[in-house]
Write a protein that binds this ligand. Structure first.
Ligand code: NAP
Length: 227
C-alpha cells in the first residue's frame, strides 16, 4: 500500500483528501490537532509546522502540504508582519516539509508532492496582496523544485477558488455572502472540499505520471472565463 504524508489532514481540504485516500493508501497525518475520525490506515503526529521538528518518516510515496491562510485586508492596513506570517505558513512551512521528506520520497518509484496556491495569484483582487504574494511564491517553489527533483519526484500545485472549509467560513457566513460568492463565479458555484480532494488524488496517482511543475486552477471559471 502506498504511503502518503499529509500536513494538515485534520480539517478542511486536507481532511477531505485524507478521507478520500484512506480506502487505498496509508495516510500519515501531521497537524496541531488530531483528525476527528479514525481508520486502520491512518496515523497522526501532533506537530506545529512553524515551531516543531517534523517526525522522522523513512519512506513515503507522496507529500501533500495543506496549511495556508486567507488574510484579507486593504493594502494600507496590511502590516509587514501580515506578509511575514502569511509567508511563513504558506511558503516556509512547505519548504520545511519538502526538505524533511525529500529523502523518504526519493525511494518511491512514483513520488509526488502537492502544494496549495489560490486563484488570487492569477487575478488582481482587492484585499489579497499578502496572500497573493505568499501563494505566488508557492507557485515559484512548485516549478523550481519540480525541476530540482525531476525525474524522481513530481511537484504540482492546486490553486482553488473559495472552498467550503473552516478557513473560508467567514466569507460564507450567511445567505447573502453565499449567493454573492456563487454569482461571482461563471460556473455559478464555489468548491466543495471533495472536489479539491479529487484533484489531489489525481496528482499523486500514476495517472498523472507525466505531469510536474504545473499549477491547476480549480476556479469555477473566475479566472478563466468572462461571460
Ligand atoms: N478554503 C479556501 O477557500 C481556499 C481557497 C484558496 C486556497 N486555499 C488553500 O488551500 C489550502 C487548504 O485550505 P483549507 O481551507 O482546507 O484550510 P484549513 O481549513 O485552515 O485547514 C488547514 C489544515 O492545516 C493544518 N494546519 C494549519 N496550521 C498548521 C500548523 N501551523 N502546523 C500544522 N498544521 C497546520 C490544520 O490543522 P490544525 O489546525 O489541526 O493544525 C488543518 O488540518 C491552504 O493552503 C489554503 O491557503 C483555500
Amino acid at each position: 500500500m502506498k504511503k502518503i504524508i499529509i500536513i494538515g489532514g485534520s480539517k478542511g481540504i486536507g481532511k477531505a483528501i485524507t478521507e478520500n485516500l484512506l480506502k487505498e493508501y496509508e495516510v500519515v497525518n501531521i497537524s496541531r490537532t488530531p483528525p476527528d475520525f479514525q481508520h486502520a490506515n491512518l496515523s497522526h503526529h501532533t506537530c506545529d509546522i512553524l515551531t516543531d521538528e517534523l517526525p522522522e518518516i523513512e519512506a513515503a510515496d507522496s507529500l501533500i502540504y495543506c496549511p495556508g491562510s486567507i488574510n484579507l485586508k486593504p493594502f494600507n492596513r496590511l502590516k509587514l508582519d501580515d506578509f511575514r506570517t502569511d509567508f511563513e505558513i504558506n511558503v516556509i512551512g512547505a519548504v520545511k516539509s519538502i526538505q524533511a521528506y525529500t529523502k523518504a520520497l526519493s525511494q518511491s518509484e512514483s513520488a509526488s508532492i502537492v502544494l496549495f496556491s489560490t486563484v488570487a495569484t492569477k487575478l488582481g483582487m482587492p484585499f489579497h496582496a499578502s496572500v497573493a504574494t505568499a501563494k505566488s511564491a508557492v507557485e515559484g517553489l512548485t516549478k523550481s523544485v519540480a525541476a530540482d527533483l525531476a525525474p524522481t519526484i513530481r511537484v504540482n500545485a492546486i490553486a482553488p477558488t473559495i472552498t467550503d472549509t473552516e478557513l473560508a467560513a467567514k466569507f460564507l457566513r450567511n445567505e447573502r455572502m453565499i449567493e454573492s460568492t456563487i454569482q461571482r463565479h461563471p460556473l455559478k458555484k464555489y468548491l466543495a472540499p471533495s472536489e479539491v480532494a479529487a484533484m489531489a488524488e489525481y496528482l499523486i496517482s500514476d495517472v498523472s505520471k507525466s505531469i510536474s511543475g504545473q499549477i491547476f486552477n480549480l476556479d469555477c471559471g473566475i479566472v478563466s472565463l468572462k461571460l
